[in-house]
Design a protein around this ligand. Sequence first.
Ligand code: AP5
Length: 198
Amino acid sequence: MQERLRALLIAPPGAGKGTQAVAISQEFGVEHISTGDLFRAEVKKGTALGRDVAAYLARGDLVPDDVVLQLVRVKVLEAMARDGGYLLDGYPRTLAQAHAAHAIGVEMGITAHAAVTFDVPRDVLVDRLLGRARREGRSDDDEKTILHRLDVYDCETAPLLDYYADLGVLVRIDADRPVAEVTAATIAALRAKVGAGA
Ligand code: AP5
């Protein structure tokens, strides 16, 4: 039987992780787990975790690794038990998170088939996020925080692409084109990866 997809989306703010995750999770029948959405939900509910992470989100800084791992570990294991796969959007974002995720994956036999990145020029990312700010008003979408989030990505997260390339699971998608084209290219690349890993 074909294995269920296990994949990570690792790309800068505005690259289309959330947009593409909806279509990919539907196509492959796996749960979309967005760490950003999970944190925003905790902030909105006013939980202890939400109070702890609110300032990080507002500044566009990364939430500490141990806090992220506690949350993600539970969600991934729940998703594996339910669907037999997962689609992680926005995790991992540091080398420490990537090493922790890989160690858990090896221990449980659930390492990712693919780590997908979406390539989009920086000026396009800024335009997309400013556009979303006008439509939705997300608290970290003001220009100063957007630029900071992009710097944090370049510094903390971009180095993960080499890590996943070395593991042989990196998938690079040109995402500076219409959403449907990005979706089609991503799904085709992921089908090949799941088939190769099965
Ligand atoms: P998170 O919610 O993950 O935010 P992000 O990485 O900044 O990503 P965005 O949601 O801004 O962009 P996206 O790539 O999902 O693009 P989208 O599809 O929305 O994280 C928020 C915060 O949580 C972090 O800053 C951090 O504080 C914390 N956090 C989360 N995970 C963490 C972790 N692992 N460790 C530590 N801290 C963590 O699209 C953006 C816009 O572009 C939309 O308007 C969309 O319609 C448009 N668009 C998308 N694709 C296209 C296209 N092809 N053409 C034209 N427009 C497009």
